[in-house]
Design a protein around this ligand. Structure first.
Ligand code: ATP
Length: 727
């Protein structure tokens, strides 16, 4: 019976009858023992793996005892074992792949019955524990399990001791470096991290998935080149160099080729015996573009457009006035051949004056349309109505963009079809004002007569388009754009807005080293640097004066009364600030002061400028209306009462002194909070260096009583002004 039961158990019942005997009984018993051993081993493995999963929890104490498998449950235990192996493999895979897979692994773990673990533990802890599982050799892990919680506690104690004995820097802290010591000590993870660290340094550590496992979607970390290196167009990368130092690079006017004797005499008559570096380079280039006369370019080709970037006060105005006057002197019929566009009325007035000086004694006529005079008067100065049609009265028009567009749209006979030169002064500022649409209007006016040109006409103007054999077969009446600024952008995207034709760049913002670097491999940072670098006038000395909001006006008074700076041009950031400071200094007394801002009418502004030029005003307080281009002889000192926000503004403000190779001083009053950023802005722009200039508080003390009185006066004046405004 016993044999029968054993045979049934071993699944041999069909042989029971045939093999009955003593040998057979012994064999059966042996097999039974083997089977029992195998089952015991399986059970042991199963319980170990279950404990392994439980051990994921911070409290290993929670290790659950697995119910003993019953007969007939072997198969299900094997399946469980297989599942455990799969979980391990998956975890190994997840370590190899990126963090992105973590979420997926969480889901997989969930499916495998590890929900509780994931819920209870933070993500950081879970990752650490998982890593331990794959990297730690199985023997260490099993022995820990065998010895139970007590052994682990013992090890914890030992490892803590070991850590304490190690120097701080050598204590390995990988993931949990941010956690506090107390946090780590309460966590069993720290105990098991010790062997992990050891295994990390060991050679046999298996960090990759086993060869039998195929990892789908595995990837290697490739460094992707994210930055697109910018390559400057050749004309920007290879500009013509304009020397920065005016004084040591003067050239006698006779040595510059192509200037007619009449103009040379005129130059000498006005005290110009030498050309400045920018004039030496640019005048011949403009003359060269018209070497075949006014109506066709050199060799019949359209001449290159020209961009000039040279420091403030370096003589850019004369660099375009002289060649334009020389070329236009050849004209027979009066038509608008040159249009100069500038941002402000005052600047237009100044350039108009220079043109007038050099057209004297020729048939040329220059007209200014900048809103200084009523619109009708400007119209009458531009066009004359005759029996046979409208006749232009101007060869050269100097204009501000707004007024120019008004005349293009509203003045009958205002004709730009014969325009030969379009000069854009303060070009960077004019690019910024492109939203006014003035350039499109001008170009439309220049090419509008295209369809009306007679078939037999010798010269015609075609809308610029692709260069074809046909476009070359016609003689083109060229339009050449000339751009000037002290802070001309070298940014091709910005310049592209101007629709330049094969431009040539003349610049002082340039060094040979920088250029060769740019040329070899135009790194973006280099390109940006060269783009932002600005040249300051050689004779300029820059200072900044640390101040507080309260002592700012006192510092200005100290400069004027004690240090006797005269004449001083002082800039504020708003017309209100200009007005208040003007009133305060006026009420304080002892200084001839005036203000210059849009508060004044154009007439008042003109008068103020004249008085300042004549030395009748010691301190002129202005907004940025005067920052650009204004050329006032003898300004020895510029003070930035308010620090400018942009480097371009700073460069143009301080550029009102140290002009034409002379010396000049620039002071900027800086609040403590402004100092760092301001100095950095200047350094980035390539300033030769700004020095700190302290004003002794003792020097300001004697001014305080009178200053208090002036302040009280100022308050009542402001109140009155506000009341008047309301009425
Ligand atoms: N060759 C020269 N010889 C003597 N003086 C000159 C010469 N060229 C220009 N100047 C004088 O230098 C001063 C500055 O010239 P200009 O106004 O043209 O400078 P700019 O480069 O246009 O300055 P900004 O960028 O500030 O407009 C003017 O007073 C001008 O008369």
């Amino acid at each position: 019976m016993a044999l029968f039961v054993i045979n049934r158990y071993l699944g041999d019942d069909e042989n029971l009858q045939e093999d009955a005997g003593e040998d057979h009984t012994n064999a059966l018993l042996e097999r039974l023992q083997e089977k029992a051993k195998a089952r015991e081993k399986q059970m042991k493995n199963a319980s170990t793996k279950a404990a392994l999963c439980d051990d994921d929890e911070p409290g290993i104490k929670k290790k659950k005892k697995k119910p003993k498998p019953k007969f007939g449950e072997e198969e299900s235990n094997e399946v469980k074992d297989l599942k455990n192996v799969t979980v391990k493999k998956r975890k190994k895979m997840s370590q190899v792949s990126s963090v992105e897979l973590d979420t997926k692994r969480e889901e997989e773990d969930d499916e495998d019955g590890h929900k509780e673990i994931i819920k209870k533990k933070g993500k950081r802890k879970e990752k650490t524990t998982n890593r331990f599982e794959f990297q730690k050799p199985a023997e260490i892990f099993n022995s820990e399990l065998d010895n139970g919680v007590e052994k682990i506690a013992e090890e914890k104690h030992l490892s803590k001791k070991k850590r304490q004995s190690l120097p701080k820097s050598s204590t390995p802290r990988s993931v949990d470096s941010s956690a506090t010591d107390s946090e780590m000590e309460t966590d069993v993870e720290m105990d098991i991290r010790e062997p992990e660290q050891k295994s990390l340094s060991g050679e046999n550590v298996q960090t990759e998935a086993p060869a039998s496992v195929t990892i789908l979607g595995d990837f290697k970390k490739n460094t992707i080149q994210q930055k697109v290196h910018r390559v400057l167009p050749h004309w920007l990368a290879q500009p013509s160099l304009v020397e920065k130092d005016i004084k040591s690079n003067l050239i006698p006017i006779e040595e510059v080729p192509g200037i007619c004797p009449k103009l040379l005499r005129k130059l000498q008559h006005h005290g110009v015996k030498h050309f400045f570096p920018v004039q030496k380079e640019v005048i011949p280039a403009i003359l060269d573009g018209a070497s075949n006369g006014l109506l066709i370019g050199k060799g019949g080709y359209r001449p290159n457009d020209i961009c000039v970037s040279a420091p403030t006060g370096s003589g850019k105005t004369l660099a375009f006035v002289i060649p334009v006057v020389q070329v236009l002197m050849q004209r027979v019929v009066c038509n608008i051949r040159c249009l100069v566009v500038l941002p402000t009325k005052e600047l237009a007035q100044q350039v108009y004056k220079v043109f007038n000086t050099y057209i004297e004694g020729t048939n040329l006529k220059v007209v200014m349309v900048a809103g200084q005079k009523p619109f009708e008067i400007e119209q009458a100065s531009l066009v004359q109505n005759k029996i046979f049609g409208c006749q232009s009265l101007a060869d050269i028009v100097v204009a501000t963009p707004g007024r120019l567009v008004d005349h293009i749209c509203k003045t009958p006979g205002f004709n730009l079809q014969h325009l030969r030169y379009l000069i854009i002064d303060e070009a960077d500022r004019m690019i910024d004002s492109m939203h006014q649409d003035w350039l499109r209007q001008v170009m439309k006016a220049v090419y509008q007569g295209d369809s009306n040109v007679q078939p037999g006409s010798l010269f015609r103007r075609m809308d610029p388009g692709p260069v074809t054999a046909n476009s070359f077969s016609q003689l083109q009446m060229p339009l050449q754009k000339l751009l000037f600024s002290a802070t001309l952008s070298h940014n091709p995207e910005k310049l592209q807005k101007l629709g330049l034709y094969l431009p040539r760049l003349f610049t002082s913002n340039y060094s040979r080293k920088e250029n060769s670097e740019l040329n070899a491999s135009t790194k973006e940072s280099d390109a940006v640097k060269s783009e932002e670098k600005i040249n300051f006038p050689k004779g300029l000395t820059e200072y900044y004066v640390p101040c507080t909001l309260n002592n700012k006006p006192l510092i200005i008074l100290d400069f004027m009364l004690r240090l006797k700076f005269n004449p001083v041009l002082c800039f504020t950031n708003s017309r209100e600030a200009s007005h208040r400071l003007y009133l305060l200094v006026r009420e304080f007394g002892g200084v001839k002061v005036a203000e210059f801002s849009s508060r004044l009418s154009p007439g008042e502004r003109k008068k103020t400028l004249k008085m300042f030029e004549k030395g009748k005003i010691q301190l002129l307080i202005s907004t940025d209306a005067m920052a650009r281009g204004i050329d006032i002889q003898g300004v020895k000192c510029v003070i930035n009462y308010d620090a400018p926000q942009f480097i371009r503004t700073y460069v143009h403000r301080v550029g009102r002194t140290a002009r034409a190779g002379k010396a000049g001083l620039a002071f900027t009053l800086l609040l403590r909070v402004q100092e760092h950023n301001f100095i950095k802005m200047l350094q980035d722009a390539g300033s030769p260096g700004i020095e700190k200039q302290f004003v002794d508080a003792q020097n300001l003390k004697p001014l305080i009583p009178q200053y208090q009185v002036a302040l009280a006066e100022l308050q009542s004046i402001i109140k009155e002004e506000k009341a008047q405004k309301r009425v």
